[in-house]
Ligand binder design. Structure first.
Ligand code: TYD
Length: 221
């Protein structure tokens, strides 16, 4: 596909975390950030949708429970709009400055939720992702794979029912489709980018597994 943006050259590392609700991504990202900093890396941790003033405003709109009438097409474009802003303001400059960028969700969430589960198709969403990210792909993606029933009940326990956003409130069947869609992406991975982690285990065990993989890939020896 032709875009008006050239791929950027950078020396940093983009490490993303993906997975369904309650898979524990944010805790693992905090811990990994601390370990990477302890080994001398400059690290920045971001979440999608969000991470800049403009992207956080878009997050509010796209996830609000008030917006149950949102068309799926609007949803697709709002996630991309938040992403385009985040990459231009923070992700790409940080990668160019040689930092490690840890992301709680990025382009694969759109492929899974909007491309596969909502049905817009992987190809279309990847084209939009390429525009939003200026053709940037993660170097490593950790899939924190959790049984959706366990994930949703963790989420409810942590935040209560009021803490559930517009997408959390989809049916269990929706969340099962999300899980299967992620596993499909892993199966079709031709760059050895995905690392599947068992997120049903304890937080400490999961942290250890993630750190072992980071070391195995030579990011912190
Ligand atoms: P969030 O509260 O950040 O949930 P989580 O802790 O599960 O990451 O909510 C983000 C929601 O937005 C989540 O349900 C996944 C969804 N999402 C998409 O559907 N498409 C996207 O491109 C992104 C980034 C997120």
């Amino acid at each position: 596909m032709k875009t008006d943006y050239p791929p950027s050259n950078y020396t940093g590392q983009l490490i993303s975390f993906e997975g369904g609700e309650g898979s524990g991504k944010s805790t693992q990202i905090q811990r990994l950030q601390a370990s990477l900093e302890a080994c001398g890396k400059q690290v920045i941790a971001l979440r999608e949708p969000g991470g800049t003033t403009i992207s956080e405003q878009i997050r509010e709109v796209v996830l609000s429970n008030k917006n149950i009438g949102m068309a799926y097409t609007t949803e697709v474009l709002l996630f991309q709009a938040a992403r385009a802003q985040l990459y231009r303001e923070i992700v790409l400059p940080s990668l160019e400055a040689g930092k490690v960028v840890l992301m709680d969700r990025t382009r694969d969430s759109s492929v899974v939720y909007q491309g596969i589960v909502r049905g817009f198709g992987e190809e279309l969403i990847e084209q939009l992702n390429d525009i939003s990210t200026k053709n940037t792909r993660p170097n490593i993606t950790f899939l924190l794979d959790v049984d959706p029933e366990i994930g949703l009940s963790r989420r409810e326990q942590a935040d209560g029912k009021q803490g559930l956003n517009r997408l959390d409130m989809e049916s269990l069947n929706f969340h099962q489709q999300v899980r299967e869609a992620y596993l499909k992406l892993v199966k079709n991975d031709d760059r050895d980018r995905w690392v599947v982690m068992d997120a049903n285990q304890t937080i400490d065990d999961l942290e250890e597994d993630i750190w072992a993989e980071i070391q195995a890939r030579g990011i912190c020896a």
